[in-house]
Write a protein that binds this ligand. Sequence first.
Ligand SMILES: [Zn+2]
Ligand SMILES: [Zn+2]
Length: 288
Amino acid sequence: MNVTVWGCRGSITSPGRDTLRYGGETTCLEIVTDGGDRIVIDAGSGLRRLGQHILKDPDVADITLLLTHAHWDHLVGFPFFRPAFFSKYTITLCGGSDPRISVLKSLRHQMEPPYFPVDMSVMKAKFVTGCTCGCSECGNELAVGSGSHRCESIPLSHPNGGYGFKLTDNRGRAFVLLTDNELRYRHETGLDREGYVEFCRDARLLFHDACYTEEKYERTRTWGHSTYKDAIDLAIDAGVERLGLFHHNPDRGDDEIDGILGWCRSYISGRGSGLDCFACAEGMTLAV
Ligand SMILES: [Zn+2]
Ligand SMILES: [Zn+2]
């Protein structure tokens, strides 16, 4: 499968001259499986440009949209996702924040007056809910598209809940996304750190929340995010091959991210690990 980053910024869009290289769009990933299935994770502001991209491919009619949770930075692109306006498309929804709240309800709610000029009834795509990956919509796991990939979910340690996702192909190669996940504090719906280590075990590629520095975390403990050191320790302990730092802090410019990456690489070699660590950037595509 190929994973393309359409948005990797957290909390709020952050356009500007100092975020050009890593990007300012909030979270949105596109996964194209070896069988050509199209899976989108999160509907942050990056979803707008992904929608334009999908419209150009006449062969795409089925899209699976997984939502990690319903905080605004992960939903704000949905009203601007153009495929949702055309009856040609079938969009299978999965995820959300709370098992008691339908993912469709969260999407509809942000388009209700007075928050948005048109409501969701203008969207003519066929929306399918009731998937099977263990999230708010379903029970255990989802066979994606043609069934060549499995999707599993795990509850996030984050205020108001949410889900991390693991996509595994039929040769056992896995991509894991854990964003908005606080590894040093167990929120109501979350797991112990060990639960996340097991979920990530031997993954080829992991994107993990790396929102805070150690100094900032002292003031933001319980806000639902991790430091880049936490993300590295998790990846090493789980035997992950490649780690992408994700959910960049909106106040963090490109040069600061470069500096953090330098620190991360020396920390990794200090731990005696061969982990490949990089910072996610808009537009990058990674093969898993
Ligand atoms: Zn977020
Ligand atoms: Zn969040």
